[in-house]
Ligand binder design. Structure first.
Ligand SMILES: *Cc1c(COP(=O)(O)O)cnc(C)c1O
Length: 229
């Protein structure tokens, strides 16, 4: 387990394939230690171009994450033409006016955090005739500057989604920086159990080991794979 006082992530060493193998081994070992199935690894490629992404594709990675709809729309069509079986997840904030684009581009959206976005996604999904896998983003540390629905408002958001016919099957959170993330991950897992939700998107480069041990089903790892941004 990582200490709460861990310094900034060091630049990863090794080839992209070696970094990928290292992260995968960590996820498998921590999941086993916690009695869970290994989390899916989302390689968060925001700010990185095709030349940085291709080596990971060659190494076998097929699940990638982006945090901006426009960046993903600019970058991924060419890569998807080369390797059609890639899955893209949106891990960043989504503006309601980009909901239709997001539904077209992404197999999952990890940042559903307000009723107006639920409404926009419901319209976009009805129009597209498909629904990406949806995660409600929870402001797990009650930080004023951070995105995500307040813990107290989560039940109402889930009710709103259900009323609009949207299935929210996961919870996502980013714990406060410079704090031990474990209690926040445990709280997210508890909220998910309470609502009968079985997918947990938690853990980034700094703390994916801790998240994996606590039952993450999806971890979102950028810099440990791609290097610093
Ligand atoms: C950038 C980002 C990540 C990946 O962060 P790293 O620290 O580079 O691993 C994960 N989740 C979200 C929401 C992000 O924006």
């Amino acid at each position: 387990m990582k200490m709460a006082t861990a310094a900034a992530a060091p630049q990863p060493t090794g080839t992209p394939a070696e970094r990928l193998a290292f992260v995968r081994r960590t996820l498998a070992a921590e999941a086993a230690a916690g009695g869970h199935r290994p989390a899916k690894l989302i390689a968060v490629s925001k700010t990185f171009g095709a030349d940085s992404i291709r080596p990971l594709i060659v190494a076998g990675q097929r699940l990638f994450g982006e945090n901006r709809v426009q960046e993903a729309a600019d970058k991924w069509p060419a890569l998807l033409a080369e390797t059609p079986d890639i899955e893209l997840h949106l891990v960043g904030q989504l503006q309601s006016n980009k909901a239709a684009d997001a539904v077209r581009l992404f197999q999952a959206i990890h940042s559903v955090d307000r009723p107006s976005l639920v409404a926009a996604l419901a319209r976009a999904c009805a129009q597209a005739g498909r629904q990406p896998e949806l995660f409600a983003q929870v402001n797990i540390g009650a930080e004023p500057q951070k995105g995500g629905v307040a813990i107290e408002a989560l039940p109402a958001l889930l009710d709103e989604a259900a009323a609009k016919g949207l299935a929210i099957t996961g919870l996502m959170a980013v714990p406060p920086a410079d704090r031990d993330p474990a209690p926040y991950f445990a709280l997210l897992a508890k909220l998910a159990r309470r609502h009968g939700i079985d997918r947990l998107s938690m853990g980034m480069s700094q703390d994916h080991d801790v998240a994996a041990r606590l039952g993450a089903t999806h971890v979102r790892v950028g810099s440990a794979l791609f290097g610093g941004r």
